[in-house]
Design a protein around this ligand. Sequence first.
Ligand code: NAP
Length: 290
Amino acid sequence: MKLIDGKLLAANLRQEIAEKTAALKAEKGIVPTLAVILVGEDPASVSYVTAKERACIEAGMNSKEIRLPADVPEDELVSLVSSLNADEAVDGILVQLPLPKGIDAKRVVDAISPEKDVDGFTPENAGRMLIGEECFLPCTPHGVIKLIEFAGMNLSGKHVVVIGRSNIVGKPLAVLLSRKETNATVTLCHTGTKDIAAFTRIADVVVVATGRPGTLTGDMLKEGAVVIDVGVNRVADPTAAKGYRLKGDADFDSCARVASAITPVPGGVGPLTITMLLWNTLESASRKAT
Ligand code: NAP
């Protein structure tokens, strides 16, 4: 069984991004800039935003972090997004989700200009992806495809089962996998699927993104399948320094006994999500140069 090293792939890609960023700066005087809006103090969101900021700086990009209190009025947030849309120095805008209760996240995200929507969450980018037009690909699904390729698998003609149909992971991933250039056959499972194991047992690749630890177990896999675990769950563990540890949605031990390759949690999909965000930010800044 091979462990798919997301940290290694991310490091390779980030090196490439850093080199292209340096070239853009040297040749055109452009430094890609990502604006990140964090509302409230949700600990997971704070750590994601900190990691994104660090990654930007390491890649030679500018990070413009805007922290707002949880009770910020929704209209103020939308105005802030509008002003960032108009700011020529900003190439990408990211609103860290989830937003506190009472704020309409869809209204805020939809206010982001599609040209700066480096998360690929706006309806325009989602629609463009669906019909195969140029767009910013959503970071986690894009990273999942990079990881499967990194594991040495050519997806063309393969059967991929995706468990979970959220708008940010499962659904866009199913679309990306089934595009002609990727050419996989996709089954999308969710809570309405009667017998998920009947599908996963005939899959070459299983991607699990449910937010429920233990959704996928080894007995649900075909011998030699590839498993990509998108889940990030904080599970209480009094022996851990932080009082919790991170677990994926797959039961790692039983899946690792049957799979030919599997992503760990942490160190699998997570580093790729941030990497593809840098990728999109560089892409946005590069468009400005042409
Ligand atoms: P989400 O919005 O809560 O969606 C979960 C999806 O899984 C839903 O479609 C739900 O089905 C389905 N589901 C839930 N329990 C299921 C079960 N027992 N069997 C089959 N389907 C089930 O979650 P998300 O935003 O996609 O995130 C999923 C996980 O990935 C979370 O752990 C999240 O933290 C993690 N994540 C990680 C990254 C990363 O960078 N590593 C990025 C994004 C998300 P219904 O639609 O029927 O309710």
